[in-house]
Ligand binder design. Structure first.
Ligand code: HEM
Length: 263
């Protein structure tokens, strides 16, 4: 959680990637393949952090979402600490906690709502919302802000907590504003998504995205993604480099030791 410095890709004991909170992350091989190609063609020029940032943009574009100019030239961090993965917001946080987490990183409430819109695609493990399905907050029943039929489907899909469910209940493979409309129908998968609809600080932004043309969401999403990618970017003289392999910090070059002079 040190900004966009690819610390999440470092793969060793006690790194962020090996943390419990990171257990559902997938797709590392895609990044490795892209990086291996760059290393072959233009060695030591493209950082893993740039591959991640540009990859997020390109994936969005391929799904019909907006284009944005990705500021390139970021460097890869040299540290990754497992316990920092716990700073990444999980699905049980309330709106106040989310607003605080975002504000501490220079991101405002509009940005919380628009960036949560990344959940128009992708999937979540059942573990992240299982607390909503039964005995919610000790009530003995499910979360009342969960649509009854949707709840029934989720209960069936979640026989195991590691099962995966689409974050967008209706159009999981297209970039559109259905995600925000679903919140109004009590079909937000994570409680953090659903709360955006009910909390008075975030609700006005949700209804704006529902009521305006999708272009408003797309344009704001593009602007906020650039801002998100610039949070705490490592710059010299902070420890950083262009990694030769995204999984590891570069080996320290051995110092040349001159043989002792004779005579
Ligand atoms: C507002 C705070 C956020 C919270 C609380 C949150 C929470 C989560 C959770 C719990 C999951 C499912 C993890 C699991 O598999 O169990 C998830 C998935 C995902 N999140 Fe977020 N998230 C937030 C913001 C963001 C942002 C800002 C982005 C990107 C701009 C994002 C993009 C995604 C994507 C793409 C997935 C699906 C991953 C996949 O299919 O493998 N999220 N999020």
């Amino acid at each position: 959680m040190q900004g966009c410095d690819a610390s999440i890709l470092l793969n060793y004991q006690n790194s962020e990637r090996r943390a419990y909170a990171s257990r559902t992350l997938r797709g590392f091989q895609v990044i490795d393949d892209i990086q291996a190609k760059f290393e072959r063609d233009i060695p030591k020029r493209v950082s893993c952090a740039d591959i991640l940032t540009a990859g997020a943009r390109d994936a969005t574009l391929l799904l019909g979402g907006p284009f944005w100019e990705v500021p390139l030239g970021r460097r890869d961090g040299k540290t990754s600490v497992a316990k920092e993965a716990d700073l990444v917001p999980q699905g049980r946080k309330n709106a106040t906690a989310l607003i605080k987490i975002f504000q501490e990183r220079g991101l405002n409430i509009l940005e919380l709502v628009v960036l949560s819109g990344a959940h128009i695609i992708g999937r979540s493990s059942c573990r992240s919302f299982q607390h909503r399905l039964a005995n919610y907050k000790g009530t003995g029943g499910p979360d009342p802000t969960l649509d009854r039929l949707y709840w029934r489907n989720l209960t069936q899909s979640c026989k195991r907590s590691s099962n995966l469910v689409n974050l967008d209940a209706t159009t999981p493979k297209t970039s559109d504003t259905e995600y925000y409309k679903n919140l109004g129908k009590k079909k937000g998968l994570l409680s953090t998504d659903q709360e955006l609809y009910s909390d008075p600080r975030t609700a006005p932004f949700v209804s704006t995205f529902v009521n305006q043309l999708p272009d408003l969401f797309y344009n704001q999403f593009a602007v906020s993604m650039v801002k998100l990618a610039n949070v705490k970017v490592p710059t010299p003289p902070n420890e950083n480099e262009i990694r030769l392999n995204c999984n590891y910090v570069n080996p320290t070059p051995r110092k040349k030791v001159n043989p002792p002079r004779r005579g």
